[in-house]
Write a protein that binds this ligand. Structure first.
Ligand code: HEC
Ligand code: HEC
Length: 369
């Protein structure tokens, strides 16, 4: 982590230095210097391949993943059998949600957009848009027992929630194919919700996206990115300043950093009365500076996962990039790291083209017994 931090600082220094020169143009009286040509060395420094996801040894991991894979796609987990995890983390939506604001079991409108879950195992004690869950298991239990899946009755106590999920696991265990899958993954254990949750979490950790065109480029294949994409990447880490919060190789500076990192870029604050704004991270920390701050999502697979932002308020990638590159939405707590990068339309198009080099693979649909 230290290493990533240091690289971010170096890049930030590069970006700031460049901004200082660019800024002279807007002062008016001095002719701006000719824009610096992208320096290949800057890009080279920033190009880093993904580290492997390190997991403790587990002789039954493959069996857990197989079980979790099936459970992830099974609507019988949900109270009204009307939602599977997959309903909101769909492949065709880049593993994010289709609806701007997710619609949970019983067609109940939730409060946020479902994020893409590629590489979710790399988050470190920072799950959800606001990082309120410390472990993937807690996140899975929350998704299953809460309004998303309605696995437990609304308003159930934590104990009653676990009891409801235990009962649902017992029901599934009566299905012969599930019985065999649970026994393979957890030999000699009468399965409860805890095992189902562990299996789903293990499946989620298997959703790694580490072989994009960008990764191939990072490993030395110079042909993996088009010229426009290479220009876009250079702008991403210099003039665009995107790397401040979306640093490679994760394309979220918050990913793999213990506890995450949260920034207010103004999404969801415009024309909303202050007492109705989703206060994001502040709800977790109660720190005023965290008001309406959210985790920068990884931009891996972003091209395929519209709509964008925690409130799903932006429909296209071009608009989302435009909003970020122009400095977000002003509000009293906006992060000072986000400024108008003054990109030309062509430069913005280059960045959008580069983001297309972060496309991930696709999820295989299992046969649900
Ligand atoms: C009704 C839609 C819906 C369903 C069903 C659903 N989710 Fe989600 N999921 C969401 C939303 C919305 C969020 C973001 C919530 C927030 O940040 O407050 C989310 C967030 C997550 C995250 C956090 C990702 C991150 O970047 O931190 C994970 C992991 C996740 N869901 C897994 C699951 C699993 C596993 C299931 C099934 C047990 C599931 N989801 C079912 C809508 C859904
Ligand atoms: C100050 C930190 C910061 C900087 C700088 C920044 N971003 Fe972001 N970005 C965020 C945060 C935080 C979010 C999530 C905001 C929300 O939903 O409330 C986000 C969301 C996005 C999204 C939506 C992704 C999704 O899955 O919904 C895109 C696209 C994006 N940023 C691109 C960029 C680009 C391109 C740049 C550079 C021009 C940039 N960002 C600069 C913090 C930043």
């Amino acid at each position: 982590m230290k290493r990533i931090g240091a690289i971010v600082l170096v890049l930030a220094a590069v970006a700031c230095k460049k901004d200082a020169t660019d800024g002279m143009g807007s002062a008016g009286d001095i002719a701006p210097p000719a824009p610096a040509k992208p320096r290949p060395s800057q890009m080279k420094d920033a190009v880093r391949p993904m580290p492997p996801l390190e997991l403790p040894a587990d002789a039954k991991r493959a069996e857990k993943i197989a079980l979790g894979h099936t459970l992830f796609f099974d609507p019988r987990l949900s109270g009204a059998t009307d939602r599977a995890c997959y309903s909101c983390h769909q492949n065709e939506d880049g593993t994010g949600g289709h609806d701007p604001i997710a619609i949970g079991s019983g067609d109940k409108k939730l409060t946020r957009h479902a994020p893409s879950i590629w590489n979710v195992g790399y988050w470190n004690a920072a799950f959800y848009w606001d990082g309120r869950a410390k472990t993937l298991e807690a996140n899975v239990q929350g998704a299953w027992g809460g309004g998303n899946m309605g696995g437990a009755p609304a308003g159930a106590t934590p104990e009653a929630t676990v009891a409801a999920l235990d009962a649902r696991t017992a029901e599934l265990y009566k299905i012969p194919a599930y019985k065999a899958a649970f026994e393979a993954a957890f030999p000699g254990v009468a399965p409860k919700a805890e095992q189902a949750i562990a299996a789903i979490a293990e499946y989620m950790r298997s959703l790694v996206c580490t072989d994009t065109a960008y990764d191939k480029f990072a490993k030395g294949d110079q042909t993996a990115l088009s010229e426009q994409q290479q220009r876009g990447f250079d702008l991403f880490v210099t003039k665009g300043r995107c790397n401040m919060c979306h640093s490679p190789p994760f394309f979220s500076t918050a990913m793999s950093v213990e506890g995450g990192a949260y920034f207010n870029v103004g999404i969801g604050t415009k024309d909303v009365p202050a007492d109705q704004v989703d206060i994001g991270r502040k709800k977790v920390t109660n720190v005023e500076g965290d008001w309406a701050a959210f985790k920068p999502p990884s931009l891996r697979n972003v091209r395929k996962s519209p709509p964008y932002f925690h409130d799903g308020s932006v429909a296209t990638l071009d608009e989302a990039v435009k909003l970020m590159a122009s400095g977000g939405i002003d509000n009293p707590h906006k992060s000072p790291l986000l400024v108008d990068a003054q990109l030309t339309d062509a430069e913005r198009a280059d960045i959008v083209a580069f983001l297309g080099a972060l496309d991930c693979g696709s999820l295989e649909k299992p046969t649900v017994p």
